[in-house]
Structures are given as C-alpha cells and as structure tokens.
Ligand binder design. Structure first.
Ligand SMILES: Cc1cc2nc3c(=O)[nH]c(=O)nc-3n(C[C@H](O)[C@H](O)[C@H](O)COP(=O)(O)O)c2cc1C
Length: 198
C-alpha cells in the first residue's frame, strides 16, 4: 500500500480547473496503481489558522510555556508534518490568485516548514529533513505570465526545497480566462501532459 496526499487549495469548489486536473491525474494514477491510498487535505473546506503572535510563540517556545490553544496549534503542525512525510507521493492543486499562491496554502506551509523539525540550519544554509518524494504541482492561471513575474510556481518550489523535496513535476495550464479558444487549447494540452505524468 502506498499513500498519495492530495492538497486542494482552490476557492472555486467543483468548478476549479486545478482540482479537476489533479483529480483526473489521481484517478489515472490509482487505476494504474490500485494499491494506492489517497488522503485528501482540502485547505479551503477545512482552513488552517493563519500566523499571529499566539501561533508564532506556539512554534517557538517550550511546550511548558504554552496555553491549551497554542499546544493544539503545535500538535496540528506536528500532524501535518507527519502526514506529509509519510506520503509516498503528493499532488498539489495550485491556482494563481492576485499574483501569488492561495493564502490557505501559505498558512499550510507556515505550519509545515519548522526549523529543527522539517528543516535545519547548517553552515552551508538550510537543509530539508523530510523524506524526498515525487511531488506533482498542477498550476492554473487565468492569464499568461513572463517567468520574471511568476510568484506562484517558484514560491512553492522554494518552500518545498526548504523541507527537502526535490522531485517536483510541474504542469502549468495558463491562459484559462483569456478566451474560450485559449482555455480549450490550454486544457487539452494539460490533459495530454497529465496522461504522460500519471
Ligand atoms: C481572486 C482571484 C485572483 C486572480 N488573480 C489572477 C492573477 O493574478 N493572474 C492570473 O493570471 N489569473 C488570476 N486569476 C485567475 C485564476 O488564476 C484562474 O481562474 C484559475 O483557473 C484559478 O484556478 P482554479 O480554476 O483551480 O480555481 C485570479 C482569479 C481569482 C478568483
């Protein structure tokens, strides 16, 4: 039995193109690998708390100095790190919102990237401590970006690199909101590429 963790981040429910692409990919993967157990983490359906002073202390002070609420936040971070680490494969649906990643996904990374637990500082710089794995990053965009303006895919790759994930397979479906023709061409190409990835 292998585990596939699916991280959903679109605010657009069942109309979400990133979710539809991910779910198509997962169906194909499970068909080819029926022993796969899929774990879904829907960051919009069950949002995580954002960072504030209470949460900041919760991840940095010794547990004896923390309130019950802070201990709960810390335990949530421990559970998310264990879930991510245990997974053999991870699929992330990544829509572009206002030039960046969904805030729910940022809140997830704020809980996942913890010094001393999921990465450490060394003289050569930070070093990831989580088990490397195949990670499928399926990004959607309404428009088309120059790479210099891309604060979506590079931001996620940087955060994943910090915790030790290097085997990242990226698919970008862009131009989805420009015109019906542009959307159709982009999605047709994306589904063809997904078949090869699965
Ligand atoms: C609040 C919001 C902000 C958006 N900002 C951008 C943007 O900055 N650049 C862009 O190309 N598309 C932008 N879009 C379009 C989305 O990236 C596009 O619709 C994409 O398909 C969303 O992913 P989803 O279908 O998985 O929800 C935005 C959409 C919304 C709802």
């Amino acid at each position: 039995m292998s585990e596939l963790l699916y991280i959903k981040t679109s605010a657009n429910g069942t109309r979400s193109r990133s979710s539809q692409l991910c779910e198509h990919f997962i169906r194909q993967h499970v068909q080819a690998n029926p022993e796969t157990r899929v774990i879904q983490r829907d960051l919009v359906g069950a949002p995580l708390p954002h960072l504030g002073p209470e949460q900041w202390d919760a991840l940095r002070l010794p547990p004896t100095e923390l309130s019950e609420a802070q201990l709960a936040y810390r335990r949530q971070s421990d559970r998310l790190i264990a879930e991510f680490d245990r997974a053999d494969r991870v699929v992330i649906a990544l829509p572009l919102y206002n030039a960046g990643i969904p805030s729910q996904l940022k809140a997830y990374f704020d809980l996942l990237a913890r010094a001393g637990i999921s990465f450490e500082f060394t003289e050569q710089g930070p070093r990831g401590l989580l088990r490397d794995k195949d990670l499928y990053l399926i990004a959607t965009r309404g428009g088309v970006l120059d790479s210099a303006d891309d604060h979506q895919v590079p931001a996620v790759k940087q955060l994943l690199g910090l915790i030790g994930i290097t085997r990242i397979h990226t698919l970008i479906a862009d131009g989805l909101d420009l015109s019906p023709d542009s959307r159709e061409l982009s999605l047709t190409t994306a589904y063809e590429r997904l078949a090869a990835l699965a």
